[in-house]
Design a protein around this ligand. Sequence first.
Ligand code: TXA
Ligand code: MG
Length: 350
Amino acid sequence: MKTEIVVLTEDNIDENIIEKAGKIIKEGGLVAFPTETVYGLGGDGLNPDSSRKIYAAKGRPSDNPLIVHISTWDAIYKITKDIPKEARLLADAFWPGPLTMIFKKSDAVPYETTGGLETVAVRMPSNKIARAFIKASGEYVAAPSANLSGRPSPTLAKYVCEDMDGRIEMIIDGGASDVGLESTIIDLTDNKPVILRPGYVTQKMLEEALKKNVEWDRAIIDADCKQAPKAPGMKYRHYAPKGTLSIVEGDTAKVIKMINEFTDKARKEGKKVGVIATDETKDLYKADVVKSVGKRSSESDMAHHLFRVLREFDDDNTDVMFSESFEGNGINQAVMNRLLKAAGHQIIKV
Ligand code: TXA
Ligand code: MG
C-alpha cells in the first residue's frame, strides 16, 4: 500500500485534506494523526474490521483495547452507558486534553475495539487537527499510539513513517507532539475512580477536580504486585531498547560519578555506552553518546523529549545505556513509569 503523507499546522488546517482523511476512515481505512500527547493510528471505532486492521498494522495483541477519540461531549452518549457524575467534572476540567476515561460500553462499540471488554476508553484530544479529523471521520476514531508494538510512542511524524509507511493509507504530519507522553487513564466504572496509567494530568489535579481521593491501580506502582494491571496494555513491556538500560538513582554528584565508572568498565569490554542526562548534567559524562531530555527544572521538558531520545538511542546502536532518575510529583510520575518499563525495572541506587 502507498501511504500518502500530508503536512498540516494547527493554525492552517486545509479542509480538503481533512475531508479526504475522514473519507478514508469512513471507508474502513487507517490514518495516523497528531494529538497533543503522541501520534495516533486512527480507524473507525464502530467498525470491527477497522479495529482488526489497526491491530494488524501495529502488530499488537488484540486483547489490548483501543481508545475511542471524540471531538464533542455529546458524542459520548452513543458509545457509553451509566455515565457517572465524575465524568462531567473531569471533562469540564481536562477535556479537550490528555485525559482518557473508562466507561461501561454501549452496544454500538464492537468488542474488536475494546479487546473483548465490556468497557470503553474515551478521550477528547485538544489538538485542532485531531479534532477536525475526528469530526470529518464521523466522530468515533479508535486510535492507539501510532508505533509498531514494542517501540516508543511517536512524537514526530517521521517516527510514524518509520513504523507505518506502507501499512496505512495516510499520515498527517502536524509537527511535534506538545506533551510527548500518552494520556492519563482513569477508570470510572467502579465506585472509586482509579488511575490506570499516569500522564500529564496528575493524581493531584484529578483529586482537585473531583474533590475526592483518586487511587492508583496497584499493578502500576508496585513492580512486585501479582495482580494484572487493569489497563491491559500496561502489562506489556512497552519498549525494550536494543541495548540494556539501567536507571541510576541517588544524589546527582554520586550518580554522575557512578555512571562514569560504569562507562569506563563497559568501554574496556568494547561496548558502546549511552547516557540519558539533563541539560544541567550532560557535559559531565564520558559516554560515547550522551542525550539530554531537557532541563531538570522543567518536568514538561522531560516528558516532551523522552520518547524521542529513546528512539534515537535505537538508531545509535548503543550496547549499554544508563539513565538518570527523574522522580517527582507531577508529570514526572508518568516519565518514570515509561522509563522504568523501558529499563525492565532495573534501578541501581547509589
Ligand atoms: O495519549 C493517548 O492516550 C494516545 C493518543 C493517540 O490518544 N493513545 C494511546 O493509546 O496511548 P494506546 O492504545 O497506545 O494505549 C491505550 C491504553 C492501553 O494500555 C490499553 O490497555 C488501555 O489504554 N485501555 C484501553 N481501553 C481500555 C479499557 N476499556 N479498560 C482498561 N484499559 C483500557
Ligand atoms: Mg501505545
